[in-house]
Design a protein around this ligand. Structure first.
Ligand code: NAD
Length: 472
């Protein structure tokens, strides 16, 4: 469990003494960071040839070092991630790094099943895939690199990353940190690698290289589709647009705080974060009242119209159709900064931009990744579920509910079919933050691995010994 008080103390210390970005950009050549994808793949191939001989204890020693350095360098990485991507919140990113270090599963996740009988002994074991090619997002850059590295190395694999170009500095930092941890634990050089300047071309080289046996995409629909059509074994962790329903049985005061806490975490960058609320008429006023007491600012109709123009834009897609999309300049920005763009000045206590809309409003329909929360009033729970399912767009990613009615929980869960379904907590409970269960930053809805862990990156193999080692 992350100790918030401890982290709060560390954050205060660090922010007051923190260096500029130079501190986070070492002068020496970063470990595992190459000029070309071919060089990165060549180096990873050599490292994997050695790593294949490592036993579970050696893998675990490496993972312990990665956890240690992640704790030690959490602040540096959080600061650099915000600086590099211009998105998110340093304090929340620090918490995310500690979460990754504490709650990503290691080799303990690898299960062996055994069958014994007159015919002998059969083992089912989880073996490595080999070299994995992973694409990582700008929204959780270093956390995804570190979480993927721990899981993939636990499974006995090597990994080459093609990170988001807008997060290349922080992603390179994380690859270097993982390599420093591996070397400190006596592991091989470059078991994790990347390129200094990731592009679509470097991504294509990685995807099509014969040494890469598995592909993992953590990102939006474009990258998931591209990897799933590669012809290789691929894991796709794609977009979400998580709805939250609040019914009349909920603890409304707690629901309001939980929703604002979840929605504003890292300025709404997490794919699991609350993106739109469906509130039963009976409790909607009370819910909004308590949201306003928890750092929300309620837009009037004119401000809502202005914000739509600022937070979204119209573009022509490849088919020649005009489509409304997010304005990337607002993604991951704080409520205060976004409100300034429409001429509204608020204090630092305002962390969420609240608005009342109808179901068809773009703020409900588009995955914004900004601390903007539309509330839609509904007459019945059935209507709320119907709208939530439509707003989730079949991503089957995450959905949330505030209710004490078990029948409502069951009805919503069955209808929405999401990988993550959180009841009566902020959305981040779904990745084990202040809740039970392990964490991941690669939530694979489309391909079904769900909350990925080391076993997601393994091949199931059968080892049969005939007529022996059966002692019954
Ligand atoms: P993105 O999809 O814009 O980019 C991800 C990476 O893919 C980048 O490196 C990008 O350059 C590359 N890319 C995009 N299209 C590509 C293509 N056709 N071929 C090759 N490479 C391509 O992601 P982002 O904006 O950083 O992240 C936000 C999106 O990712 C959101 O939709 C969010 O919900 C999703 N996300 C999902 C998870 C999850 O676990 N399911 C986790 C984090 C983010």
């Amino acid at each position: 469990m992350v100790d918030e008080q401890r982290i709060s103390r560390i954050v205060k210390d660090v922010l007051s003494n923190m260096d500029t970005s130079a501190a986070a950009t070492p002068k020496r050549k970063q470990l595992g960071v190459f000029d070309t994808m071919e060089e990165a793949l060549d180096a990873v191939g050599k490292a994997y040839a050695q790593f294949r001989k490592y036993n579970l204890a050696q893998r675990e020693a490496i993972i312990s070092q990665i956890r240690k350095l992640t704790h030690e360098e959490a602040e540096t990485m959080a600061k650099l991630a915000v600086e590099d991507t211009k998105m998110g919140n340093v304090y929340h990113k620090i918490l995310k790094h500690h979460l990754v270090a504490d709650k990503t599963l290691g080799t303990e996740d690898l299960d062996t099943r055994a069958f014994s009988g007159d015919g002998g002994l059969t083992l089912i074991e989880m073996g490595p895939y080999g070299i994995i090619g992973a694409i990582t997002p700008s929204t959780n850059p270093s956390c995804t690199v570190i979480c993927n590295s721990i899981c993939m190395l636990a499974g006995g694999n090597a990994v080459v990353f093609n990170p988001h170009p807008h997060a290349k500095r922080i992603s390179a930092y994380a690859v270097d940190m993982v390599n420093r941890a591996v070397l400190a634990a006596g592991g091989p050089e470059n078991i994790v690698a990347t390129v200094a300047n990731p592009t679509m071309e470097t991504s294509n080289v990685m995807v099509n290289h014969p040494s890469v046996k598995m592909l993992v995409a953590t990102g939006g629909p474009g990258v998931v589709k591209m990897l799933l059509s590669s012809g290789k074994k691929a894991i796709g962790a794609g977009a979400g647009n998580p709805p939250v329903i609040v019914d009349e049985t909920a603890d409304i005061k707690k629901a309001a705080k939980d929703i604002i806490d979840g929605c504003t975490f890292d300025n709404n960058l997490p794919c699991i974060a609350e993106k739109e609320v469906f509130a039963l008429n009976a409790i909607a006023d009370e819910l909004i009242h308590h949201m306003l007491k928890n750092g929300a600012y309620l837009l009037n109709a004119a401000e809502l119209r202005e914000l739509e123009k600022v937070a979204t834009q119209w573009v022509t897609n490849k088919k020649g159709n005009k489509v409304q999309v997010i304005n990337k300049d607002c993604v991951g920005r704080s409520a205060k900064v976004i409100l300034e763009k429409i001429g509204v000045t608020v204090g630092d206590d305002v962390r969420c931009i609240l608005c009342e809309t109808d179901f068809s409003h773009p703020f409900v329909q588009i995955e914004l990744m900004m601390p903007i929360l539309p509330v839609v009033r509904v007459a019945t729970f059935d209507e709320a579920v119907e709208m939530a399912v439509k707003a989730e767009h079949g991503n089957r990613h995450s959905a949330h509910l505030h209710s004490k009615n078990v029948d409502h929980m069951t009805q919503y869960a069955k209808a929405i079919e999401t990988t993550i379904f959180v009841k009566n907590a902020p959305s981040y409970a779904g990745i084990g933050f202040n809740a039970e269960g392990w964490t991941t930053f690669t939530i694979a809805g489309p391909t079904g691995e769900g909350i990925t862990s080391p076993r997601s990156f393994t091949r199931i193999r059968r080892c049969v010994l005939s007529d022996a080692l059966h002692i019954i």
